[in-house]
Ligand binder design. Sequence first.
Ligand code: ADP
Ligand code: MG
Length: 158
Amino acid sequence: MMITTRGAHETESVGAALGQFLREGDLVALGGDLGAGKTTFVKGVARALGVRHPVTSPTFTIVQEYDGPVPIAHVDIYRLQRVQELHDLGLEEMLDDRVVLVEWGDVVAPLLPPERVDVQLTIGDEPDTRTIDIVALGPDWTERRDALHDALAAVRSA
Ligand code: ADP
Ligand code: MG
């Protein structure tokens, strides 16, 4: 599903619309250039999941965990050099009890579990616009997909 946003707050709202459907064990892979809005999107997801702590880019820490009603792990693999480092992060363990969001996840998509939500952000031609493509993959999403699409469509028309 494709959505166009104008301004960071709208991208956050789209993240929040997805966030309300996420639960422990869900993986979100975020793609898009530097400054496309991946971290901004995650802020909205975290808000919807009841995370009170301010979300910042984990570019240097690689992994930032936030506890709340639905705990999240926010991962940025931009600085990883080798595939082995991705394995060492222990994404599977994080997924046991958290929603896991991976910035630059598109780069390593073949190495990620196939049950996931792919979010691709693209910088638009107009100032402050982004297009966001959201695809929920796998049987885990069969029952939630229609409601997710409705919620995303509602953000778009708001
Ligand atoms: P990334 O994590 O992909 O590198 P960030 O979310 O850190 O990107 O930064 C996105 C930047 O673009 C922020 O400074 C934000 O204010 C700005 N911006 C402008 N318009 C938008 C928009 N429509 N959606 C998201 N961010 C936007
Ligand atoms: Mg970022």
